[in-house]
Design a protein around this ligand. Sequence first.
Ligand SMILES: [Mn+2]
Length: 374
Amino acid sequence: MSPDARPPQTAAGHRSSPEPPAFDPAVTPGPSADTGLPFAAAEAVIASASSIGLVCHVNPDPDALGSLLALHNALVQQDRPVTSSFPRPFKLSKGLAWLPGAGEIVHPEHFPETVDVLVTFDAADLERLHEFKHHADHASTLVVIDHHRTNLGFGHVNLVDPDAASSGNVVAALLRHMDVKITPAIATCLYAALAADTGRFSFRADASTLSYAAWLVDCGADSSRVAEEIWGSAPLGALRLLGEVLVRAEFESDISLVSSYVTNMDLVSHGVDRSDTEDYVENLRMAVEAEVACLYRELPDGHVKVSLRGRGRIDLGAMAARHGGGGHHDAAGFTTGSFGHARACVTGSLAPLASPSPSATSPAPGIVRGPCDT
Ligand SMILES: [Mn+2]
């Protein structure tokens, strides 16, 4: 964004204004007109659609749900024919169910068989949409909104920006093109998306991200409630189980891995919903001894979901992709058949990175501590 593109500051840009501040491209990051993304095409197909479906990936996180709800609320505001959903098990954690518009999301069985335009959020590929893959295959126009580097653009119109801090940033840019008034409800959804995908402003937290966050708060985003509901609250059983998971943590120094696990029986014995364990891996990631943190979680069908977190020196997104999953450089995951196989996949992928080079005494790439190259 060139500084020259900054529009004249208006009264609407000040906090004392009763109106939301103008969308300021100088402080609103994410894709802008000069990134070449087809915002005009997305706007046109949405404007002319006879029915619009919005879906995000399975087990929505705050970015998936927040980016979906931001556009959902905007389209409701414009009286557009929109229906929103996400795949089974169709369960939101308590920390997300309060987000504005969440109560209007319909169960997959009530989603129209076909829609004119289907918009997907934060899903790097069709598989992440589960049963909505069918709808994606049959929609007259498929619009893909995402920021995963592994997203190759599976839609007719692809708003995919790997440099965007969250999928919500891409939605914000689209809303700007659509000239949508950013209400407190929309701002809160976009803020939740941004806060989550920056690790609560721990990474990708450059000046433009923080300016964008401030702009959302100016627009009425309830930043305190986002912090309290999503990260500041948990059922006691979930905290007790987290304690057990941390006590179980193992450290394998040769591959610089800290790992632990959650079984279905753990959930039963503590009365915990699976969605309440989504962030456990973030606690493991804090272990300063390890380059990689890994949490294995058993799924109802006995498969195991592997969540990986890193410190910048190993491309976990690429590693997860080799096992049929995906994600970002420092946060990725995949699903596989059993605890034993999951563990073999992870340790087998890390071992070559940890082995000393046969021709040199220097540490192997990927494990060496040094300047982060990401
Ligand atoms: Mn995301």
